[in-house]
Design a protein around this ligand. Structure first.
Ligand SMILES: [Zn+2]
Ligand SMILES: [Zn+2]
Length: 248
């Protein structure tokens, strides 16, 4: 563990200690009751589209009630390298703001509440506890610029809540990929070719791996990561993300 990592860890611990949680709603800023779950006021909690009804059994995207297959069109047509995955909430303007607030406005305390929601959903779904949680890595240069990796921060809390080790050094980002936002699906795939490299194979072999990221869009990032991790023959590679978009 490098000096910088240690300093960052210390800073996070300090922030955990001094940050007063559950005072204001994380979406609208209204004062809330200390007992309101996830630091959301009642109105906002009702507005957030938690994915609790039908969803794709492979990638977790929400499915319309009239759509009959168990998998979304994307998972029917395309091969994915992960076993299965889920997301907590649907990506809309409110959730977009939340994710941006964490990522670009560095409101780190949001990661704690996202992790709470993700852990609660994981338990609700009755998924088997993973052996290891692996957050999607950022390229070191990007992480230096941003100051932290938002997925690693969320993962840290999920790991704490679930009592599962979080490993940030098993896989690394070897190429600085272009921001994916403006790319289509094929371009995203191309953009991510050989973007990840496994470092510590032995920590993955025969293990139940849970990849963690903030958003699932086309799944190309998680797929590229799962493909690389798959080389070490883990028992299974599942994923969880905080938010996902609909694809039908
Ligand atoms: Zn609110
Ligand atoms: Zn799907």
């Amino acid at each position: 563990m490098g000096y910088k990592t240690t300093v960052n860890d210390l800073l996070e611990t300090l922030l955990d200690f001094v940050y007063p949680r559950n005072i204001h709603c994380i979406l609208c800023g209204e004062a809330i009751d200390k007992t309101d779950p996830y630091s959301l006021c009642t109105d906002c909690r009702e507005e957030v589209k938690f994915i609790t009804s039908r969803f794709c059994e492979k990638c977790g995207k929400p499915l319309e009630s009239m759509y009959l297959p168990q998998k979304c069109p994307d998972c029917i047509q395309n091969v994915h390298y992960f076993t299965k995955g889920f997301s907590c909430v649907e990506y809309d303007d409110k959730i977009k703001k939340l994710v941006y607030d964490l990522k670009y406005y560095k409101k780190r305390y949001l990661a704690y509440h996202m992790a709470e929601m993700m852990t609660a959903r994981f338990v609700e779904l009755g998924w088997e506890k993973p052996d290891v949680i692996i957050p999607i890595p950022l390229h070191p240069r990007k992480e230096r610029e941003r100051g932290f990796n938002q997925s690693a921060l969320i993962a840290k809390y999920v790991g704490k809540f679930m009592d599962v080790p979080v490993e940030c050094t098993i896989i690394r980002r070897t190429r600085e990929t272009e921001t994916q936002n403006k790319l289509n699906k094929e371009e995203r795939k191309e953009n991510l070719k050989n973007a990840f490299q496994m470092i510590e194979k032995q920590k993955v072999t025969n293990k139940k791996v849970l990849i963690l990221d903030d958003i699932y869009t086309t799944g190309s990032t998680i797929d590229a990561c799962a493909k690389e991790l798959g080389k070490a023959k883990p028992k299974e590679i599942n994923f969880m993300t905080f938010a996902t978009g609909r694809n039908l």
